[in-house]
Write a protein that binds this ligand. Sequence first.
Ligand SMILES: CC(C)(COP(=O)(O)OP(=O)(O)OC[C@H]1O[C@@H](n2cnc3c(N)ncnc32)[C@H](O)[C@@H]1OP(=O)(O)O)[C@@H](O)C(=O)NCCC(=O)NCCS
Length: 258
Amino acid sequence: MTFWETDDFRAVLAEADTLFPPPGLPDGFLSPEERETLSRISCEAYAQESAAARILAKMLWACETESLRSPDEFLAEPQRWMSWTILSRTLSGKGMKPVLAEAGRVLPACFSLTHSSGTAAAVMLKKACPPLSPDTISAGGSAFDFQETVGCDLVKPGAVTAGMRAMFYSPREMRWMEHTKIPHPAEKIWAGKEAAYKAAANNGTLAFTPAKWEIAESDSEELTASRMAETPAFRLYTLTEEPMIFVVAVALCKGHET
Ligand SMILES: CC(C)(COP(=O)(O)OP(=O)(O)OC[C@H]1O[C@@H](n2cnc3c(N)ncnc32)[C@H](O)[C@@H]1OP(=O)(O)O)[C@@H](O)C(=O)NCCC(=O)NCCS
């Protein structure tokens, strides 16, 4: 398990099978609602990764709020976290920005989850978000102050095909990929587009249109993401490149612009 911390967020990544042994879902950790949601997923590997990402998000919240001495203390008490539920579907079943709820109350934190190829990761913004009712959220209602938001994505090195480049990458992105010395530029662009979308998709209505998100290098050689002129830009952090590329997007707003 690997942890990262910046001024804006905390993040964690783990192999799903290090959190609980396959097959099936873990004992503890999940609420009855989550267990029901995950047991309806036909692909067992997807359900296990999704469970792992939820466990990691709860771990981030628990380490922040429950005075734990270490993440091991979280893992040692799986039953203690079963009253917490990650909601990541609207009432109509569409994917949405995940929130953490307890006893009908949404906890004031902004999360993003990602999972792929047996790996799961979660990120939590340090700044608290305004409280909202789960009904507003699961109906697809507005979730967060857009200025403070975070998203993340995991991509396997080599995952971007020629077809994806042709269809979703801008001329500027293509030029940058040709000249940059950084490893895996195409995958970093893709993960950046997804992470920024997941940060911005705060009301359940924004569709993922990768061609409209552009990834660029700033003067300080950091990567940023922006979607046409409609949104503030996002600063991208590549937290690790092996075995998966893990990218986090944080909204660039007052306090982030340095
Ligand atoms: C969101 C999306 C880009 C993530 O794609 P992915 O790379 O396949 O999957 P990841 O593992 O990285 O992320 C999945 C997690 O993202 C979160 N998520 C799902 N939808 C989300 C959304 N709209 N915004 C933010 N986060 C979302 C969930 O926590 C999900 O995990 P879960 O399914 O286990 O609950 C993908 O689901 C997508 O393309 N959604 C399109 C939604 C859309 O266009 N809706 C139209 C609205 S009009």
